[in-house]
Design a protein around this ligand. Structure first.
Ligand code: 13P
Length: 358
C-alpha cells in the first residue's frame, strides 16, 4: 500500500470513532517495532519525525526506511508526518522528502522557543496549508503553547519547546479562537494545549482536571465537531517502564504522564491523533540497561536492540488496542495524494473536517 495522507486517515478515524497513536521515530528499529505491532493488530500507522529526528537519521534514510516499511507491510496504510515543523522551509523540505503530512507549529517562532502572536500563527499556518494541499499532503496546526499548568513552564523535547514562564491563557487553547484559526488556516488537524507537556516529567502527582484540561478538548469539540484534534505530550509514562530503568541503574524520580483513560475520553470528543515519544524511549532504554547490567560481557548491539524492539512493539500493540485502532488497517483503501490534491482544489474537503472515506 502506498503512503497515505494524514487527512484521509483521520477522516476514517472520525467516521469510525477511534484514535491513532502517532509514534515518533528516528531509527530502523523503531520503525520495524511500530510496523510489526500494527501488523499484529491490523492497525493503520502514523510515523512521525521531528526536526532533530530528521537531522539525526537524515531525510534520505527516513524516506528509504519508510518506503521499505511500505514494501514489507503492504496491507498497512502508513502516514509519514513531520512533527513540529518550524516554518515554511522545514515543511517544504519534508514534503520534498516524501512526508505525506506536516505539522506547522506556528505557536512558536522559528527558534522553536519563543511564543508567537496569534496573527503570525494564522499567517504562517495558512501559507503551509496552501502549499501542502496543492500536493495533496495534510497540515496539522497548533494553537496555544504546550506546557505544564502546574509549573507554567514548557518542556523542551528534541530542542523544541516554549522557553520562559507561560500564562494560563497561553497554556490553554481558547475554543472560540480555535474556530477562527481552523477556518482561517484550513488546517486538517488541530493540536490543542491542555496542560500536557513533552517529556517524562509532566505531572508531580496523578493529574486532576486542574492540570490536565480534558474539559477544554470537550469545549473545542462542541464548537468544531468535525475538526480532528491532536493531543501532544501524551505519553503515559508507565510506572512499570520507569521501574525497569531504575532497577538497572537508572535514576528516574516519581512522575506521572497522561492516563490512558483521559486519552480515551479525549477520543470520545474529537481527538484523533495522540503523540507518543517518551513512552517508546523509556521502553527501549529500560531494555538497554537490563542487558548492559545482566550481561556485562555482551558487545553485540543486536543483543540490546532485540529486547528493546520487543518492548516497544508491546507498547505499540497496547496503544493501538486502547485507542480503538486495531482492526482498522484492512478497512482503508488508499487515496492517492493527487486525488487528495484534486479534492482540496475542488473544495470537496471542508476545512472543518467533512468526513470522507476511501
Ligand atoms: P511525549 O513526550 O509525551 O511522548 O510527547 C511526544 C509529542 O508530543 C511529540 O510531538
Amino acid at each position: 500500500m502506498a503512503l497515505i495522507s494524514l487527512r484521509q486517515l483521520l477522516d476514517h478515524a472520525a467516521e469510525h470513532g477511534y484514535g491513532l497513536p502517532a509514534f515518533n521515530v528516528n531509527s530502523m528499529e523503531q520503525i520495524l517495532s511500530v510496523m510489526e505491532a500494527a501488523r499484529k493488530v491490523d492497525a493503520p500507522v502514523i510515523l512521525q519525525a521531528s526536526r532533530s529526528a530528521r537531522s539525526y537519521a537524515t531525510d534520505a534514510m527516513l524516506r528509504h526506511m519508510v518506503q521499505a516499511a511500505v514494501e514489507l507491510y503492504p496491507g498497512i496504510p502508513i502516514v509519514l508526518h513531520h512533527d513540529h515543523g518550524n516554518g515554511v522551509e522545514s515543511c517544504r523540505s519534508a514534503m520534498e522528502n516524501g512526508f505525506t503530512s506536516v505539522m506547522m507549529d506556528g505557536s512558536l517562532e522559528e527558534d522553536g522557543k519563543t511564543p508567537t502572536a496569534y496573527a503570525y500563527n494564522v499567517r504562517i499556518t495558512a501559507k503551509v496549508a496552501e502549499l501542502a494541499h496543492t500536493a495533496g499532503a495534510s497540515v496539522e496546526g497548533e494553537l496555544g503553547c504546550l506546557g505544564s499548568l502546574e509549573t507554567g513552564f514548557g518542556e523542551a523535547e528534541d530542542g523544541h519547546g516554549a522557553e520562559g514562564k507561560l500564562t494560563h491563557e497561553q497554556l490553554l487553547t481558547d475554543p472560540e479562537q480555535a474556530r477562527d484559526f481552523v477556518l482561517a488556516t484550513k488546517v486538517d488537524a488541530l493540536a490543542v494545549a491542555i496542560g500536557a507537556s513533552h517529556g517524562a516529567y509532566k505531572f508531580t502527582r496523578p493529574p486532576t482536571s486542574e492540570v490536565l484540561a480534558i474539559h477544554v478538548v470537550k469545549a473545542i469539540h462542541a464548537l468544531l465537531p468535525n475538526t480532528h484534534l491532536v493531543m501532544h505530550g501524551s505519553s503515559t509514562v508507565p510506572e512499570e517502564l520507569r521501574d525497569i530503568i531504575n532497577a538497572f541503574g537508572g535514576d528516574m524520580p516519581p512522575t506521572w504522564g497522561v492516563p490512558v483513560a483521559e486519552i480515551q475520553e479525549g477520543i470520545k470528543h474529537g481527538v484523533r491523533k495522540v503523540n507518543i515519544d517518551t513512552d517508546g524511549r523509556m521502553a527501549i532504554t529500560g531494555q538497554f540497561r537490563k542487558v548492559a547490567m545482566e550481561k556485562p560481557g555482551e558487545f553485540d548491539p543486536r543483543a540490546f536492540m532485540k529486547p528493546a524492539r520487543a518492548a516497544l512493539e508491546a507498547l505499540c500493540v497496547q496503544r493501538y488496542e486502547e485507542f480503538g485502532a486495531a482492526g482498522m488497517a484492512s478497512r482503508i483503501r488508499p487515496i492517492p495524494l493527487s486525488e487528495m490534491a484534486a479534492r482540496y482544489a475542488s473544495g470537496t474537503l471542508d476545512p472543518q473536517g467533512t468526513v470522507v472515506t476511501g
